[in-house]
Design a protein around this ligand. Sequence first.
Ligand SMILES: NC(=O)C1=CN([C@@H]2O[C@H](COP(=O)(O)OP(=O)(O)OC[C@H]3O[C@@H](n4cnc5c(N)ncnc54)[C@H](OP(=O)(O)O)[C@@H]3O)[C@@H](O)[C@H]2O)C=CC1
Ligand SMILES: N[C@@H](CC(=O)OP(=O)(O)O)C(=O)O
Length: 334
Amino acid sequence: MKLAIVGATGAVGHELLKVLEGSRLPIDELQLYASPRSAGTQLPFRGENLTVQAMPEGAIPADVILASAGGSISLEMAPKWVAGGSVVIDNSSAFRYDPSVPLVVPEVNGAVALEHQGIIANPNCTTAIAAVAVYPIHQRYGVRRMIVSTYQATSGAGQKGIEELQEQTRQELAGESYTPAAFAHPIAFNVIPHIDAFQDNGYTKEEMKVVWETRKIFGDESLQVSCTAVRIPTFRTHAEAITLELERPATPQEVRELLSGAAGVEVRDDVTEKVYPMPLTATGKYDVEVGRIRQSLVFDGGIELFVAGDQLLKGAALNAVQIAEYLYEQGALK
Ligand SMILES: NC(=O)C1=CN([C@@H]2O[C@H](COP(=O)(O)OP(=O)(O)OC[C@H]3O[C@@H](n4cnc5c(N)ncnc54)[C@H](OP(=O)(O)O)[C@@H]3O)[C@@H](O)[C@H]2O)C=CC1
Ligand SMILES: N[C@@H](CC(=O)OP(=O)(O)O)C(=O)O
């Protein structure tokens, strides 16, 4: 199989290379693309150095293209890549709300990927991480309302977000002045309740993505979802506090047992031993950590939990590769 990554030099691109190293896909050729400024960069893959090329203006000779260079590039280029015969798995939000484009988390709705017409959308990172933990609960107990508060790492804003936290931390400690660029305010030693653009309803686009995308992935437009998305000064891995109102009451122990057998989930829930999900323990893991599972004090029979998931993996690169693997295993790729 011929694969291509567009955006190979970015935060997600780097993780795509690492996940593909261990993937079951039969990769005969891997092409790497980025902007012209990165042409000639060497990136390691399976013991070799691959050379990054400037993204061409038209089709790319690959069976599958993992697109990770932002929404405007996907919007313009994906139709050309599909016309050239490629299947595009897109990390951006460009096509997520198009009814003809499947939006896929393989543990939840892998089969809808088979209905693609050339493009498959990878979800928003915050949404994908929550979906893996909440969908098994939804299936058994019926989630009526889901209230999410997020703690999102700076790498969610890409390579520039990582660099800004690093540099601002140094500048703060040295007493130097600086101007924020990647975020609306200083992120070092701060938290910022603002990710993506504010919408007319007072929510941000990041928050509304959690609403729109959870409903589409679960295939349930009646699900009531609300989110407050907050940027925090960590480098990697998003955490989320989630409150669930359920159709049928659940106990914390039932939910713990249910999630212990769920694909893509690692239950870390032993408060006597101070074991719970955290970015430091979830970083680099394929599974989403779930813990602090407890009975809601607000909703009768409802559940509260805390999750931490590596947003560059399950929220982006890993999920995209898992979609490609699913298609391959179903015989839906060359
Ligand atoms: N970071 C995250 O946690 C997540 C990101 N995503 C999505 O994934 C995509 C990539 O994000 P991320 O890796 O964080 O972003 P980065 O800013 O870290 O990387 C962007 C990549 O796109 C490339 N690029 C930029 N402009 C062009 C161009 N004109 N032509 C070709 N390539 C170009 C960059 O190349 P160069 O190095 O040459 O500039 C780089 O490889 C975005 O759509 C983002 O929304 C989705 C889920 C999570
Ligand atoms: N918005 C996410 C990362 C991201 O790129 O999301 P999306 O693919 O929905 O634009 C964050 O900042 O943490």
